[in-house]
Ligand binder design. Structure first.
Ligand SMILES: [Zn+2]
Ligand SMILES: [Zn+2]
Length: 373
């Protein structure tokens, strides 16, 4: 690898992404440098570009979930599962780091995803501190970051196709307390919703339905395990409610998972979950405004359980890897990653993701582009 490392930097919200050169970092003991093979452009990156997340220390190198090969390792480095890591290993890492373990959120409430010391590669790490994001030819893995070997069965494209959406979905299904045979609705057919469909199927759900758009994503939702899909653009909420009642003994779903990020989705989801059911809200990662609900009819009288889901923990990362190792050959996670962009085309990738022209853009930091930035 050259001494200089190229990375795509988001200088500020609504500003074009630009290529910058970074020096090769000096590694401290237990530090590592990952040569990036694949990163992703996810919905969060579009939110970052729109300036919709608070506390982001622009300029940043986006790309929080990434995969590559350990280029250099200083000293003895153990993976998050305890096994030793060596230069040349294909590796992935848990993007959340510096969770303190001592604050009230961590130690008292046992909600480490709400720790205020917590930092996330590609989101809350500034480019002024170095290579803390995957839109770069190499990523600095500081001591303490949870690193794991990528199982031989899992390709880089499997891992990044699943990406942060699978990690989130593992946590969502945990929050949903899915029981075998439960009938499940997933609202949203983006990366989180598609992975939630797949995990509900693997987890023994009965009927699985999904609401979303466009048709290409709904077709993929079917290949991920959905039995029935509703095109948001071609059905009304009233039609969907009537159809859901016909499919569920007039009751609604045992579990509804909101992965749509729309205030209207919450209003509808509360009507589609059965009395005494469970509703997990995971799509409102940014503030998209209030939903209008009737607390008597939709919550209190329903005896409903509503749960939020924020971020993920190391256990979700490891379990996502175990799921991919066992199932990536049959569940088409890789198809979520629709097109590969080099660093010089990431403004196009953001525009394509924003317009929902593709489900997910992949980043190949070593790829060549015919189009100058
Ligand atoms: Zn903490
Ligand atoms: Zn993401």
């Amino acid at each position: 690898m050259d001494a200089r490392i190229l990375a795509a930097v988001m200088p500020a919200p609504r500003q074009p992404v630009e290529i910058r050169e970074f020096p090769r970092p000096d590694l401290p003991p237990q530090g590592a440098l990952l040569r990036t093979a694949r990163a992703e452009v996810c919905g969060t990156d579009v939110h970052l570009w729109h300036g919709r997340l608070t506390g982001v220390p622009y300029p940043i190198i986006p790309g929080h979930v990434s995969a590559g090969t350990l280029e250099s390792v200083r000293g003895q480095l153990d993976g998050i599962d305890g096994s030793p890591l060596r230069e040349g290993d294909r590796a992935v890492f848990f993007d959340v780091h510096r969770t303190c373990g001592r604050c009230r959120a961590c130690a008292v409430h046992r909600t480490p995803t709400r720790c205020s010391s917590r930092r996330v590669y590609g989101i809350t790490d500034s480019a002024t501190e170095g290579l803390f994001g995957g839109w770069s030819q190499a990523i600095y893995l500081e001591p303490g970051v949870g690193i794991a070997r990528l199982p031989d069965e899992v390709t880089f494209d499997d891992y990044i196709g699943a990406g942060c959406g699978l990690l989130t979905a593992v946590h969502v299904l945990e929050r949903a307390a899915l029981r075998p045979g439960d009938v499940v609705l997933v609202q949203g057919a983006g990366a989180v919703g598609l992975s939630a469909v797949a995990l509900a199927r693997l987890g023994g759900a009965g009927l699985i339905c999904a609401i979303g758009a466009p048709p290409s994503r709904l077709a993929l939702a079917r290949r991920m395990g959905a039995d029935h899909v509703y095109d948001l653009a071609r059905t009304t909420a009233a039609e969907r409610l009537e159809d859901v009642r016909a499919r569920t003994h007039g009751e609604g779903f045992d579990v509804v998972i909101e992965a749509a990020g729309s205030p209207r989705a919450v209003e509808e989801g509360l009507d589609l979950v059965r009395d005494g059911g469970r509703y997990v809200i995971a799509g409102h990662y940014t503030d998209v405004g209030p939903s209008s609900i009737n607390a008597h009819r939709q919550i209190n009288r329903k005896h409903l359980e509503i749960r939020g889901c924020w971020g993920s923990e190391p256990g979700h990362f490891l379990r996502a890897l175990a799921i991919l190792e066992r199932h990536a050959a049959r569940v088409p996670w890789r198809e979520i990653g629709e097109r590969v962009y080099p660093l010089t085309a990431l403004n196009d990738a953001l525009a394509d993701a924003e317009a929902m022209r593709i489900t997910k853009a992949l980043v190949d930091p070593w790829g060549q582009s015919r189009f100058p930035l």
